[in-house]
Design a protein around this ligand. Structure first.
Ligand code: FAD
Length: 251
């Protein structure tokens, strides 16, 4: 059977990939806001942001800054919100111990200058699916919060967030009546995935967070949850004990 016909019969979600010319932009901190004890939103501004485009909640930019010791550090962050007209870009930093980017966020002040480069590409997941399953830890919360804001009102969104404690909950704006659970242990997360409501029709599971956790999430989604590999993306956003880590798990 021809490949295109097979793909129609299997109703693979139409994930569209768009490449962008990578532009490095010098930006200035315009606002710093604490969102609960573990998450900090920093809004940047600058004329270079006039042409900034982020097509997907799955996008990332390289956040490039200098430490107090003069080292240049680059880390990946999700464009949480951008307004090319107002020339602003917001990133949200999960605060954790011993990380230069997290440390930078803790000391961020209005007027500081850093560089953001990218996004290099966008993986655009369709909006018109029967269900959207979103799973992540604090590092993926900015992407998931953005996705929830972007989903149209009729969407069925199921969100499972692995957070350090109850205080990590933040308000999630959405037109959808999302089924959101905040889970404070891995055991609770996996129990909640095991007990997912039936996922009928065509949907997509998107998950991101700590590598070890995400490998278990991938195995459970593909195994017990019966979600086909083409209908999921599971991304490693960081790895416990490893600095500046990069790896792809499943897409
Ligand atoms: C595509 C993509 C998008 C991302 N978007 C975001 C985002 O929007 N917001 C966000 O906060 N993160 C995001 N991340 C994750 C972020 O890039 C990493 O957490 C990064 O390692 C943080 O850099 P750092 O300098 O603070 O720590 P590093 O120098 O990289 O690591 C130092 C130590 O901290 C640990 N560590 C790193 N990250 C975390 C964490 N989140 N929690 C606990 N311990 C950690 C490491 O295991 C290591 O032991 C994203 C990652 C990717 C790949």
């Amino acid at each position: 059977m021809k490949q295109w016909l097979e793909s129609i019969l299997r109703k693979e979600p139409r994930v569209q990939r768009v490449r962008h010319e990578v532009v490095a932009r010098e930006v200035t901190v315009a606002d710093v806001r604490q969102l609960g004890p573990h998450l900090l939103r920093v809004t940047f501004t600058g004329p270079s942001l006039a042409g900034f485009v982020s097509l997907s909640f799955d996008d990332h930019v390289k956040f490039i800054f200098r430490t107090a010791q003069g080292d240049t550090v680059k880390r990946d962050y999700t464009p949480r919100a951008c307004d090319p007209v107002a020339a602003t870009l917001a990133l949200e930093f999960a605060l954790h111990e011993h990380g230069p980017a997290s440390d930078w966020a803790r000391q961020a002040q209005v007027g500081q200058v850093v560089t953001v480069a990218g996004p290099r590409g966008s993986r655009i997941l369709p909006l018109d699916l029967d269900w959207h399953l979103l799973i992540g830890d604090l590092s993926a919360l900015p992407a998931i919060a953005r996705r929830l804001e972007e989903l149209p009102a009729h969407s069925r969104a199921i969100v499972r967030l692995r957070v350090p404690d109850e205080a990590a909950r933040i308000d999630l704006a959405s037109q959808t009546d999302a089924d959101v659970q905040w889970l404070t242990s891995d055991e609770d997360l996996f129990a909640s995935l095991r007990a997912l409501p039936p996922l009928a029709g065509d949907g997509f599971a998107w998950a991101a967070g700590e590598t070890g956790l995400m490998k278990r999430v991938r195995d459970m989604l593909a195994g017990e949850c019966g979600i086909p590999r083409h209908a999921m993306r599971v991304a490693a956003y960081w790895r416990r004990g490893v600095a500046d880590f990069h790896e792809t798990i499943a897409e």
